[in-house]
Design a protein around this ligand. Structure first.
Ligand SMILES: NC(=O)c1ccc[n+]([C@@H]2O[C@H](COP(=O)([O-])OP(=O)(O)OC[C@H]3O[C@@H](n4cnc5c(N)ncnc54)[C@H](OP(=O)(O)O)[C@@H]3O)[C@@H](O)[C@H]2O)c1
Length: 295
């Protein structure tokens, strides 16, 4: 089993913000072709020892592709850990150039609808259910009804998590650590962007880890911006003791094999410090990310 997980944001739908999709996918983005490609990478991942798979309701057909692969491989639910997310709905209609690809809704009604949809596809495979990009502005961390429902889902056996994005990740994580509903904090895991260009969430992720939460690092290659040094970038993300899982966003088996080469690297403190010199100011990083176009 490896501490690298596989994220399906770029494999579950025809368009995404990662940089080189035309080269990776060409023009055939039919559902059947994308499902076949997704299954190829899932096979390569499982065969290499990857056991955490990360989806979301809004990643097009990611949950559906993952479910069809799990059943094709006849894997028992305990053989893998599956995470998904609620809070965004995919409305891209399988178009690369859709005007809008996903809409955000962190309401109780959205949670109730999407957990049913996720369970209908993933059934007993579903282990971790995360708020997709919790923010202070959406009010989701103060919404008693949503938090109480998450406690109920937790009591049913799901691990409850949250993901964060944007320049205030650390603040949102700390707010979530302080949440209590009926004396219980519903959250047991957090997924956040941590990479060499944008490491600012690190201290808050260390606090979450110390509080007993599982920590999943995402976007280790900054959506492809760090692809030319993928092994160093992933090894750097793995170097922190608070990082339980680092997601690979590979979209081909060859990319995945290259990403997995990070497991063989042991960065010295000097090497890690040298690599860390590329960090960008947080606000600038998220402005650049916000300008990435879907392709
Ligand atoms: N808010 C949230 O909850 C949230 C947000 C974002 C992501 N996530 C999760 O994090 C996962 C990873 O995000 P990400 O896909 O942006 O990850 P990433 O690892 O930062 O970027 C992955 C991209 O890098 C490129 N790449 C990777 N290895 C390569 C190689 N060896 N050679 C050349 N290019 C390579 C590929 O894109 P190209 O070839 O197209 O350049 C690939 O799609 C997602 O799948 C999702 O599960 C969650």
């Amino acid at each position: 089993m490896t501490p690298i997980g596989l994220g399906l944001a770029a494999l579950g739908r025809p368009g995404y913000i990662t940089l080189d999709r035309e080269k990776d996918f060409g023009s055939d983005r039919s559902v059947a072709t994308m499902e076949r490609r997704c299954h190829e990478v899932l096979n390569a991942a499982y065969d290499a020892g990857i056991r955490y798979f990360d989806a979301a309701r809004s990643y097009g057909y990611a949950e559906r592709f993952l479910a069809s692969w799990l059943r094709k491989r006849a894997l028992p639910p305990k053989a893998v850990t599956v995470g998904s997310k609620w809070g965004y709905t995919y409305i891209g209609d399988w178009q690369v150039d859709a005007r809008v690809h996903e809409v955000k809704d962190h309401s109780l009604a959205a949670l109730r609808r999407q957990i049913e949809e996720s369970r209908a596809l993933l059934g007993d495979y579903l282990d971790i259910y995360q708020i997709h990009s919790a923010t202070l502005e959406s009010g989701v961390l103060e919404d008693h009804a949503v938090l109480a429902e998450l406690n109920t889902l937790r009591a049913s056996g799901l691990t409850i998590g949250m993901s964060v994005s944007g320049p205030r990740q650390g603040e949102v994580i700390r707010r979530a650590l302080a949440v209590r509903v009926d004396g219980i904090n519903p959250f047991q895991s957090v997924q956040a962007t941590w990479n060499l260009l944008e490491p600012s969430a690190g201290p808050a992720l260390a606090e979450a880890h110390d509080a007993g939460w599982g920590v999943i690092s995402k976007e280790a290659l900054s959506n492809g911006r760090l692809a030319d040094r993928d092994q160093d970038a992933i090894a750097a993300a793995l170097a922190y003791p608070w990082a339980d899982v680092v997601l690979s966003g590979a979209v081909t088996a060859a990319q995945l094999r290259s990403n997995l080469g990070a497991l063989g690297l042991r960065l010295s403190p000097d090497q890690l410090a040298e690599l860390s010199n590329v960090a960008e100011p947080t606000d600038h990083y998220w402005k650049v990310r916000g300008r990435l176009s879907w392709s």
